[in-house]
Ligand binder design. Structure first.
Ligand code: MET
Ligand SMILES: [Zn+2]
Length: 765
């Protein structure tokens, strides 16, 4: 018999109950006990509905109130000294680590967050030093196992493996200079032994141990530690499913297949090509193979015929009893259920599967592989065949014009008319900006007034006309504000935007939006990514009237503001029937038309934001070049259609860009702004190493905090930058948009920024 399993489930509740409860607790509106109760409700509903959909192996221990990696840190006593001795309850220490705490005399910042592999989920980075004293503060896996057991459901607990836990962490400030977290493995292992022994004693048969670092190049360097750790854990006598996802094992398979584990999970949704080698490697072992056939990362229905074909290779090679059909990863990256979507058409609904529907998919696939005679299975297979065929038909009748346009992209379309040096002269004459021009990244504070107007317009409580008048008034006041403060290159402030991707997606052809398809981004922050369903094209100008209105109320140059093709793609659920490259190019062509229209409307500086370009980078280095080539080409395609005298800008934030620096240069934007304040001056040394020839504005202050940077502080930063960058290339700007800030600190900060730039003009002549 082939078993079915789900590796993890959304922790947010079908109606965002967990967000509501957690935030109510933070606001002091409910007690810790009430929070625990709310969490239990969601866990209960997850377990029972996964089970009700026919899944054999139900996960537990994957729930979290904030982040599952943070849970491990708290559980293993990996608690940086700054959160200790503050007289906080363990729960409040936990939340302080996740989001910082500023109340009752306690003032500690949040821990660092990082993207969870190439997903849009952020985990809280564990901090290690020689001084950590591992201890099992609590055993979440055991507690949840028992909680589910009490409901009559036997689960398979999920644990983040010891090697990944250490490798995904970082050295804390307290650590000595050459410290490496992996050196703590011998000290950490006994804690895992205790944790798993407790599980075994409670009657747990199988445990899912996640070691996603095995799909990274760096995974290879921990061969010894894997051998050591899993030999130790094997002694406990609990069956462990070594779990990998988001990529391929590649050569790591050589040592992974020799580990004393009872099962191995691989991601076949992402990397179907690794199946045969894995089956081959496992043949002579007793290891059970769990096939990640149902994607945990996208919302498309699984093509059963294709999945079964792959699965049969495993069944033939290993026998049905050694095969499990599973989701490719935890389903935390997709929304809870399609049942909550009331506005999608029947046709659209038929294309998608969210988490609950995916749970049903694994159950059906496993039943089909076990030759189930249940008529429900046969009819589900048939229904899937019909749905997939309809979707294929839709895809093939999609927009030929767009596809031809992508095929017709020529190398000339990727290049500006002249080289940067020549363009720079033309732009100087045209824009007449002073030395060290000051500008902002685009958005200005999104006040509750703005959000209310948008909501009212959405509910048709105000007319289109009234709404547009309101937006114009906002634009006028933002422009006046910038003139008053003395900025040089102005922006319209983005009051019309709910979100930098959604705003464009809603206006482009080819996107679908959901009502309730929330996905956890971090902690209690959830996002609702748009879905790309067909060929993308522009139906008309998207931003031109706002930018040209803004330009009409000032004599200073106005900067147009668009979100770039790669960022729109990376923050959406993409199609799976065409490559990301093709989707990115379609987006780029749509944006190219918009850029040209902006120029025609008299906007001679145009910014195309690409904050997400780094996070789309493949997990394996050999795959980088291919991605970077099409990503950079897409940006160039979007921006290169303008005259030399039009200045193109781009903006980058959220990541460390050092390792893709040469690609940033290849974008050939006339000006880039880049978040630098958080990664300090590390970024700037990359300029020294690689050189940078176009204009650049490394953020002179951090907009993520309400703190106002002093004038001297900004002067110091400018001075430090000028040690590494020629003075004729430097722009002065904050490190990201101001939409999350209040007006008060925005005004004070920008006044200091302008004063510092004026000082620089006098100092560096
Ligand atoms: C996350 S990057 C944001 C860029 C955008 N133009 C803004 O200012 O908000
Ligand atoms: Zn930004």
């Amino acid at each position: 018999m082939v078993a079915s399993s789900v590796l993890g489930f959304p922790r947010i509740g079908a109606n965002r109950e967990v967000k509501k409860a957690v935030e109510a607790y933070w606001a002091g509106k409910i007690t810790a006990d009430e929070l625990t109760k709310a969490a239990s409700e969601t866990k209960k509903s997850n377990w029972t509905s996964i089970k009700a959909h026919g899944v054999d192996i139900v996960p537990s221990g994957d729930f979290t109130l904030y982040d599952h990696v943070l849970d491990h840190s708290a559980s293993f006593n990996v608690i940086p000294p700054r959160y200790q001795g503050k007289n906080l309850s363990p729960l409040d220490v936990y939340f302080a680590m996740g989001r910082g705490r500023q109340a009752d005399g306690v003032d500690v910042p949040a821990s660092e967050m990082k993207k969870w592999f190439d997903s849009n989920y952020h985990y809280v980075v564990p901090e290690f030093s020689e001084a950590v004293e591992f201890k099992l503060n609590f055993n979440k896996q055991l507690e949840e196992f028992q909680e589910a057991k009490a409901l009559g459901i036997t689960t398979r607990p999920v644990v983040l493996g010891p090697i990944s836990f250490l490798v995904l962490g970082k050295a804390s400030k307290e650590a000595s200079p050459n410290f490496e977290a992996i050196s703590l493995l011998p000290k950490l292992l006994p804690i895992y032994v205790t944790l798993l022994t407790q599980l075994k004693e409670a009657g747990v048969e199988w445990v899912q141990i996640d070691e996603p670092i095995l799909v990274l190049d760096s995974g290879a360097s921990y061969e010894k530690q894997f051998a050591q750790a899993y030999a130790e854990l094997a002694k406990i006598g609990i069956k462990s499913l070594l779990t990998t996802y988001f990529g391929r094992l590649d050569t790591n398979l050589n040592f992974v297949a020799k580990l004393p584990v009872a099962g191995l999970h691989i991601d076949l949704s992402r990397e179907p090509g690794q199946l045969e080698a894995t089956v081959e490697a496992l043949k002579s072992t007793p290891i059970v193979l769990s096939l990640g056939l149902v994607s945990g990362r996208n919302i498309w229905k699984t093509d059963f015929a294709a999945a079964l074909k792959l699965a049969r290779v495993a069944v033939e090679g290993l026998g049905a009893d050694r095969v499990i059909v599973a989701t490719s990863s935890s389903l935390l990256h997709i929304p809870v259920t399609l049942a909550s979507e009331k506005k999608l058409t029947e046709q659209q609904k038929d294309w998608f599967s969210f988490a609950l529907e995916k749970a049903e998919e694994v159950a059906i696939l496993a039943a089909a592989l076990s030759d189930s005679q249940d008529p429900k299975v046969a009819s589900a297979l048939e229904a899937n065949r019909v749905s997939i065929a309809k979707r294929r038909e839709f895809e093939s009748s999609s927009d030929d014009k767009v596809r031809k346009r992508v095929d017709g992209i020529t190398p000339e379309m990727l290049n500006r008319k002249s080289a940067f040096v020549k363009r720079r002269e033309a732009q100087k004459a045209h824009l007449d900006l002073p030395k060290f021009p000051t500008t902002t990244i685009g958005s200005f504070p999104q006040t509750s007034e703005i959000r209310q107007a948008r909501a009212k317009f959405g509910k048709k409580e105000i007319t289109q006309e009234q709404y547009e008048e309101f937006i114009k008034k906002e634009i006028r006041s933002v422009v006046e504000f910038q003139e008053k403060v003395g900025l040089d290159l102005l922006v319209h402030g983005e009051p019309e935007r709910n979100d930098m991707v959604q705003y464009f997606g809603e206006q482009l052809h080819g996107f679908v939006f959901t009502q309730n398809a929330w996905v956890q981004s971090y902690g209690s922050r959830y996002v609702r990514p748009p879905i790309i369903v067909s060929d993308v094209s522009r139906t008309g100008p998207m931003t031109v009237r706002w930018s040209s209105y803004a330009q009409s109320v000032t004599k200073k140059p106005m900067k147009g503001m668009l979100t770039g093709p790669v960022t729109i793609l990376n923050w959406s659920f993409p199609r799976v029937d065409v490559s990301r490259e093709v989707q990115s190019k379609q987006l780029a062509l749509a944006l190219r038309d918009e850029v040209i229209d902006l120029e025609k409307a008299g906007i001679y500086a145009i910014q195309v934001d690409e904050p997400a370009i780094r996070e789309g980078l493949p997990l394996r280095r050999v795959d980088w070049d291919n991605y970077l080539t099409w990503a950079v080409d897409s940006f160039r395609l979007a921006t290169a259609g303008v005259e030399d005298s039009t200045q193109t800008h781009s903006h980058f934030c959220y990541s460390d860009f050092n390792d893709i620096f040469p690609s940033i240069q290849r974008l050939d934007a006339d000006v880039i702004s880049i978040e630098a304040s958080k990664s300090d001056m590390k970024l700037l040394s990359a300029f020294k190493q690689y050189g940078y020839s176009n204009e650049i504005g490394p953020g002179v202050y951090d907009i993520h905090s309400p703190r106002v940077p002093g004038e001297q502080e900004i002067k110091d930063r400018i001075a430090a930058m000028l040690k590494l960058l020629p003075d004729h290339l430097l722009f002065v700007n904050p490190d990201c948009g101001l939409k999350t800030r209040g007006w008060k600190e925005t005004e004070a900060s920008l006044e200091n920024l302008v004063a510092a730039a004026r000082w620089a003009r006098q100092t560096y002549v």
